[in-house]
Design a protein. Sequence first.
Length: 397
Amino acid sequence: MTEDLRCDEARTQRLMRMGEAPRSRGEAVRKLIWVLPWLFFLASPVSDLVGGHHTTGATAAGWAGLLTFAGIYLTVIFRNMGRPLAGPLVGSLIAVQGVLAIVLCLTLGDAWVGLFVYVSVTCGAVFPLRLAYATVALTTLAMMLVGLRVGQEATWSLFLVVLLVGYSMTGVRQLVRTTIELRKARATVAQLAANEERLRLARDLHDLLGHSLSLITLKSELAGRMLPGHPDKAAQQVADIEQVSRQALVDVREAVTGYRRPRLAAELAGVQVALTAAGVTAEVPAEPDLAGVPEESESALAWALREAVTNVVRHSGADRCVVQLLRRQTLDGPVLELSVEDDGSGGPGSGPGNGLTGLTERLEKAGGTLEAGRVKRGFRLVARVPAAPAAHVGSGA
């Protein structure tokens, strides 16, 4: 459970850093690499300038405008990943970017219509949602008017690109924000559950030891007072202290045994996380119905599930694992059946290992059985335990 929480925290921190300034040169490079591939829409303007289709002055002005446009795009997008620029400055830069796209397209030709894609991306990535929706639509309209003016045949195909890429950026922003909030909430719930468990342990220890320790203290004081004049009565008090101490020790051992006993619901939740982390597609049942199931049976099935999934993760090389938990009625009474089936190799070796041998003994002690072996496509383990106390089973028979 601790490892799962640490993994969740690490993933949350990585997601949170998507919206923070880079902490190192490596993070800055990774963020820049994420942005640079989107510059492929500039291939057409660059090809137009390199092809010598314009005068020297127009080519120089085109290069200056293109570099300014790309610089504004990279500055706004890259800074938005860390410490965003002030709102008025961002609005001014995007306005300049839009004006450059219109002017360059009208003066240098239809090869420059792709610049509107970057204006749309910038609006969707930076502006608040309502403003982003409006500016993306306005950018698309401007692109259509300019494209029809310069005679760009692919204007209608770029219409969807410009419109959808801007709205997609707003969706990505919302997705990242929602994922961060959900992971924070999950971490908070886990922390609250841990705090509740600590409070429960504290209450249990108080209930177990509070009365016993108080009684031991009282009898010790009485024994000390009686010792000079009444040694026999003092000896009786000491004997009572010994008896209370032994009973307190038994209570503590029983409580610790209960804490250590694995719970099937907790194991099922852990199985889902473990298989997913190992890259195995998992099908795990939801909260099981364990009404009337003896603790020994539940504990044995929990151990069986833990051992089976450990083998799947470590040895099988499986891509898919299916866990099923069913109640069945047999001639010997109701049983709870756990099935773990994967599509892997079943692990090294031909015979049962120490884990399966020990698991068989544990299930037999709880009155259950174990079946494990190769199936047509993978490996299958089936563990069965009584689903009712022994007395209940006998009466039902």
